[in-house]
Write a protein that binds this ligand. Structure first.
Ligand code: PLP
Length: 365
């Protein structure tokens, strides 16, 4: 079994850091008169019970989440969105001027932004033109001080899952790096989560989120799964009360309604198929990429004109046409059946206007 050495992985000052010790760290009992945290004992300026600091380690959520995800509570870190663990993983391991992270474009923008904010060099190994993981090129590009390898599967913006065999090869070769598999869209994919492999690969980190399938983007709640040792490090360097009490309460409520989440996922998957078929019928559509996520990457004859036309009709999609391998592509989130119908009728109109102006010799879009 491969192992990972935290002594060489972590930045030296993180290894020896004495973390901030909050009032809730120093006294963990639930009963008593709490005069230790300078809270307002009278109540709050709202009707809600928000005058007390929340549980810094979100124990109730982790207890409920662990069996759902098939992991132990100690293998879970919760962050203020996935953005927080993305940042903390870099800050825990990467020394500016020394270490690097490896990114596979086209992919989620935050890996690059977070590395840049932390002044960390990025090694870019593009996916293959059909959005596959280029194992040989990745293995050749890893340097001794490459601390984090970012793999997004299903990938944003291409929508496809990366080959499990390819990910396994990276996990087995990159024993001095963290291999982060970002599974923000895993609920929409027909594949097991990498969380099942955590005990086999101590260098494996899995990210998931409440923002997509759970429908809780407004809460800002991201999940990070890893070895107990690494989770302890993240707990040591996070802001003490990083998950607010209302967020914790609402997350607990959501976890009682897994079936509702699953029903929404089924509906979105059915609607994704309908939308993909309808788009493939349009002559202005060159290609609809297969999707394991809740969006479609679509290549158009004239993506910029389509994008602007839709904006004008207040249908907003994401222009990805300037991104690696995504020439002419728009990324379209699967909406409600009614929203998707509006999208399709506007695309149809765009096409009809084009045909009309072509016939009359007028300038076309
Ligand atoms: C949407 C998304 C996330 C989620 O980010 P949050 O900060 O949890 O909302 C993470 N990774 C990828 C690839 C995404 O597309």
């Amino acid at each position: 079994m491969p192992t990972i050495d935290l002594n060489t992985l972590l930045r030296p000052h993180i290894l020896t850091l004495t973390p901030y010790s909050s009032a809730r760290d120093e006294y963990t009992g639930k009963e008593g008169i709490f005069l230790d945290a300078n809270e307002n004992a009278l109540g709050s300026a709202t009707a809600g019970p928000y005058n007390r600091y929340p549980d810094p380690y979100q124990a109730l959520i982790k207890e409920k989440l662990a069996p759902i995800k098939g992991v132990r509570p100690g293998q879970i870190f919760l962050g203020n969105g996935s953005d927080e663990p993305i940042d903390l993983l870099i800050r825990a391991t990467c020394r500016p001027g020394h270490d690097s992270v490896l990114i596979m474009p086209p992919t989620y923008g935050m890996y690059e932004v977070s590395a840049t904010i932390n002044d960390i060099r990025q090694i870019r190994v593009p996916l293959t033109p059909d959005f596959g993981l280029d194992v040989e090129a990745v293995l050749a590009a890893i340097e001794p001080d490459t601390k984090v390898i970012w793999i997004c599967s299903p990938n944003n913006p291409s929508g496809n899952q990366l080959s499990a065999d390819a990910i396994r090869q990276v996990l087995e070769a990159a024993t001095h790096s963290l291999v982060v598999v970002d599974e923000a869209y895993i609920d929409f994919a027909d594949a097991p989560s990498w969380t099942a492999q955590l005990d086999h690969y101590p260098n494996l980190v899995v990210l998931q989120t409440f923002s997509k399938a759970w429908g809780l983007a407004a809460l800002r709640l991201g999940m990070c799964f890893a070895s107990e040792e690494l989770i302890a490090v993240l707990n040591k360097i996070k802001p003490p009360y990083n998950i607010s009490a209302p967020t914790q309460t609402l997350a607990l409520e959501a976890l009682d309604h897994v079936a509702d989440k699953d029903a929404m996922v089924r509906e979105i998957l059915a609607e994704r198929a309908v939308l993909a078929d309808a788009l493939r019928e349009l002559p202005i559509v060159q290609h609809v990429y297969p999707s394991d996520a809740n969006f479609l990457l679509v290549r158009f004859d004239n993506a910029k004109a389509v994008f602007n036309y839709l904006i004008d009709k207040q249908v907003i999609v994401r222009d990805r046409s300037k991104v690696k391998w995504c020439d002419g592509c728009l990324r379209i989130t699967v909406g409600t059946p009614a929203e998707n119908a509006v999208l399709m009728s506007q695309l149809q109109q765009f096409q009809d206007v084009g045909r009309l102006t072509e016939d009359t010799g007028a300038v076309t879009h």
